[in-house]
Design a protein around this ligand. Structure first.
Ligand SMILES: C[S@@+](CC[C@H](N)C(=O)[O-])C[C@H]1O[C@@H](n2cnc3c(N)ncnc32)[C@H](O)[C@@H]1O
Length: 437
């Protein structure tokens, strides 16, 4: 069994793909390019999504591990938006894209809401020359509260955003400041009023259990305030500290102990939040998310990506998957811009998973939802998962992490709260201990 150290040590991680990113290589990029040129007829049945990475932020959070740049001027942002358009043009020329409709779009970051209304309208208009999201089921947009205005939110609605995701993280100003967030709580409440008045089909808030300075009392206050906002979807992450955060660097350099609560405390906080939100009528939709109304509050991006759809990745450092091949774009903005401006797809590394690896990927990602219908997976991959994964299922059942009901796996609360630590047991042996990123 894998065990998780109690402290929030540097290097702990959230699993979002398989095989691990550290195994993707430059010499497999031709496979990714070839996938983009497969016969469009054979790709037609696979849902297609688009991820757009906006790597700019007002400030770098001390716990952030994403590719972001601060202090950029309007010119460098415009150049980047221009490069995104050029990348879409290059993608639209590949045979397998053709006229395939986009089922969903996701603007992630960094901070997509760092773009001005003018830049957003222009981006939408120029993108439309190459790819249409007119009929997409969902277009998600990540927002930092302090970058929003009523006018910007109206722009988001006008350009077709259906789901806004607000990075609240905490409602405590001292904690927000200590963790290096760019916003304070009044900006959250103001932004929320605007979001509600503009009216998006879906609105999500992100919270983090285990910000530096978190206490029991403050955490419970966070949940009360989140409930008062009544978002359609509430995402609760447990603070993690991969190697590239400012906090991890400080821990390494000065030998200080982790300033973040240990894993058992973070799990307890999430569990208490679950109890409180369940009592208020929310439903658990994954180890990180709760929804108000399961019938209508779908998160198409997550549901499709975890079930193996095609995902076009655009922007610096983005991850995608196309017709059986994983790939990632160049992860430094200068390299990304140079490649695109020279007319090359900016792919940096790729990996063509085996059928077995695709099966493992889908199984472990769906375990993060808490319930997995194994018969659907068995049918899709022509396997018998109950036999193939009998050992980890048995171990984790005995340890109280999951229950088996016929061919349905159900994670217990204890399992769901630490699902990421359970997943490597399903990996191929050589991948169980490798560096993840
Ligand atoms: C890609 S970030 C973008 C947030 C956006 N820039 C904003 O300011 O709201 C998306 C979410 O990841 C979560 N996140 C970021 N760093 C994290 C960490 N070290 N541990 C856990 N969750 C984290 C936060 O909840 C954040 O809202």
């Amino acid at each position: 069994m894998t065990t998780t150290p109690a402290t929030t040590e540097v290097g702990s991680y959230f699993i979002s793909n398989y095989p691990p990113f550290s195994l993707w290589t430059a010499d497999q990029t031709p496979q990714a390019v070839a996938a983009l040129d497969t016969d469009p007829a054979s790709a037609a049945d696979t849902p297609l999504g688009l991820y757009i990475h906006i790597p700019f932020c007002r400030k770098r959070c001390r716990f952030c591990y994403f590719r972001v740049y601060t202090n950029q001027n309007a010119k460098s942002i415009e150049d980047y938006v221009q490069a995104l358009i050029r990348e879409l043009e290059l993608l639209s020329e590949r045979q397998a894209i053709g006229a395939r409709p986009l089922r969903f779009v996701y603007f992630g970051g960094g901070t997509p809401s760092y773009l001005s209304s003018r830049q957003l309208r222009s981006l939408r208009e120029r993108m439309g020359q190459y790819i249409s999201w007119d009929n997409a089921e969902e277009v998600t947009f990540e927002c930092e509260p302090g970058t929003l205005s009523l006018e910007k939110l109206e722009t988001l609605r006008d350009i077709g955003i259906t789901r806004v995701s607000l990075g609240v993280e905490s409602f405590n100003d001292k904690i927000l400041e200590e963790n290096g967030r760019a916003h304070l709580s009044p900006e959250v409440f103001r932004a929320w009023e605007w979001i509600r008045s503009v009216g998006f089909p879906q609105a999500n808030i992100d919270l983090i259990a285990g910000m530096i300075g978190e206490t029991d009392e403050n955490w419970h206050r966070n949940i009360d305030l989140a409930l008062e906002m009544a978002p359609d979807n509430i995402t609760i992450y447990q603070m993690e500290l991969p190697f590239n955060t400012v906090i991890s660097k400080e821990m390494r350099e000065s030998g200080i102990e982790s300033p973040v609560a240990d894993w058992p405390t973070k799990r307890r906080w999430v569990s208490e939040a679950f109890d409180r939100l369940l009592a208020a009528g929310y439903h658990i939709s994954s180890g990180n998310e709760l929804v108000r109304n399961p019938e209508q509050d779908h998160f198409v991006y997550r549901d499709q990506v975890w079930r193996g759809c095609d995902l076009l990745a655009t922007g610096v450092s983005s991850f995608g998957h196309f017709q059986g091949v994983h790939y990632q774009n160049l992860d430094r903005i200068e390299d990304y811009m140079a490649a695109v401006n020279e007319g090359h797809l900016p792919i940096n590394r790729a990996l063509q998973p085996s059928g077995q690896q695709l099966l493992i990927r889908e199984l472990v990602l769906l375990m993060k939802e808490g319930t997995v219908d194994l018969s659907r997976i068995d049918q899709k991959y022509g396997v018998d998962t109950l036999t193939q994964f009998a050992e980890p299922f048995r171990n984790q059942q005995q340890a109280g992490y999951l229950e088996l009901d016929g061919r349905t796996i159900k994670l217990t609360r204890k399992g769901l709260l630490q699902v990421d630590s359970l997943l490597p047991e399903y990996f191929e042996p050589e991948h169980r201990a490798v560096r993840y990123t």
